[in-house]
Design a protein around this ligand. Structure first.
Ligand code: HEC
Length: 199
């Protein structure tokens, strides 16, 4: 009998303690939440301020950089590609197609290479801009391409490697109008600009 009573008393006591502890914990969590919220509000303001000042995510244009790009450095960047590509004339296809003449060529048209559907049906030409966009993020520019390469985020590196690829062809494409960055140095010798007026 007294045993029964003790059991009941004990369980009432335990329930009370649980309730008490529970309410303390609850208050404590609530308090720390409030506290954290205040801290977040305080630190977020300057943080979001710097974020909004960051550069945009898309690829920057390489056009202004091409004329003065470093072909040697571009050849070095091409080391990222050699596990899958050759670039020399009559080089074999590897995992990816041989890239001789690729600058200026139609997308996905190297004879004897089995392109993905995405690449084969893409259309257009590989000019400086499209190559740059593709190499920035291959899978974003040609969705579904089987070229599993993360891309080159550095604008100068893309300019250098594309300047290098430009030289790996039978008739290197003219560089984009570089009048903004450089003036043509040579004037044709056979066409005198102004006849010598003094005798
Ligand atoms: C892991 C292997 C791999 C690497 C690394 C790689 N590629 Fe490719 N590349 C491919 C494959 C595969 C294709 C064919 C894509 C398709 O058919 O979808 C391709 C296609 C291309 C094409 C299109 C060719 C055409 O005929 O239309 C270009 C241009 C190209 N790659 C350039 C590069 C350059 C430049 C690099 C280095 C910065 C590089 N790739 C790195 C595998 C690779």
């Amino acid at each position: 009998m007294s045993l029964e009573f003790n059991k009941i008393a004990a369980s009432v006591l335990v329930a009370g303690i649980i309730a008490l502890v529970g309410s303390i914990v609850a208050t404590h969590i609530f308090d720390t939440n409030k506290h954290n919220a205040n801290i977040n509000i305080a630190t977020n303001a300057p943080a979001s301020g710097t974020e909004s000042g960051d550069a945009p995510k898309g690829p920057e244009s390489i056009m202004a950089l091409l004329a003065s790009a470093d072909i040697k450095a571009g050849q070095d960047v091409f080391k990222k590609c050699v596990s899958c590509h050759t670039a020399e004339k009559d080089g074999p296809h590897r995992v990816g197609p041989n890239l001789w003449n690729v600058v200026g060529e139609k997308v996905g048209t190297k004879p004897g290479y089995a392109y993905s559907k995405a690449m084969a049906s893409h259309g257009g030409n590989w000019d400086y801009q499209t190559l740059s966009d593709y190499l920035f993020k291959p899978n974003a520019y040609v969705k579904g391409t089987k070229m599993t390469f993360v891309g080159i985020s550095k604008t100068q590196e893309r300019a250098n490697i594309i300047a290098y690829l430009r030289t790996m062809g039978d008739n290197p494409q003219p560089l984009p109008d570089a009048s903004a960055t450089a003036q043509p140095v040579a004037t044709p010798a056979s066409v005198p600009a102004t006849p010598a007026a003094q005798g």
